[in-house]
Design a protein around this ligand. Structure first.
Ligand SMILES: [Fe+2]
Ligand SMILES: [Fe+2]
Length: 134
C-alpha cells in the first residue's frame, strides 16, 4: 500500500477517534449513574490517546491530521441507548483497525493498530458489561 493510501486510512481512523472521544465526553456529562459515567469518561481519554498515536503516524509520513468529523450521534436520552450507541462506535472502531492491520503492510502502523484494537475490544466489553446491568 502506498504512503498516500496509508495516510488516508490513518486519517479515517483519526476522525473516528474524534467522534468517539467527543461522544463519550458528552455522554459522561449526562449519565446519572456514577459507574457508567466514570467508565465512559475514562474511555474518552483512551480515545484521545489513540488520536495522539495516529496523528504521530500521520505526520511522520508527511500527512496532516484531518479534524472534520461527521455529525455526532449520542444515542437517546436514556443510559441504555447511550451505551448501545457506544457499543456500535466501538464495533466500528474494531472493524477500522482490523482492516488497517490486514492491508497497511507497514510494520509500525500495524503494531500501533494492533495495540489500539486490543483497547477497543476492552472498551466494548466494558460498555457491554454496563448495559447488561441495566
Ligand atoms: Fe480509539
Ligand atoms: Fe474505544
Amino acid at each position: 500500500m502506498d504512503n498516500t493510501e496509508i495516510i488516508r486510512l490513518l486519517n479515517a481512523a483519526f476522525v473516528h477517534e474524534i467522534e468517539n472521544s467527543l461522544t463519550y465526553v458528552r455522554n459522561s456529562f449526562v449519565m446519572w449513574d456514577c459507574d457508567p459515567s466514570r467508565v465512559t469518561e475514562a474511555i474518552a481519554v483512551d480515545e484521545m490517546r489513540h488520536m495522539w498515536w495516529l496523528a504521530d503516524l500521520i505526520t511522520k509520513r508527511g500527512g496532516e491530521p484531518i479534524m472534520e468529523h461527521r455529525a455526532l450521534e449520542f444515542g437517546g436520552r436514556d443510559l441504555k441507548s447511550q451505551l448501545e450507541r457506544q457499543i456500535v462506535l466501538e464495533t466500528e472502531a474494531i472493524d477500522i483497525y482490523k482492516h488497517i492491520i490486514n492491508v497497511a503492510g507497514d510494520p509500525e502502523v500495524v503494531g500501533v493498530a494492533q495495540h489500539i484494537l486490543d483497547e477497543e475490544r476492552r472498551h466494548r466489553k466494558e460498555f457491554k458489561e454496563r448495559l447488561a446491568r441495566i
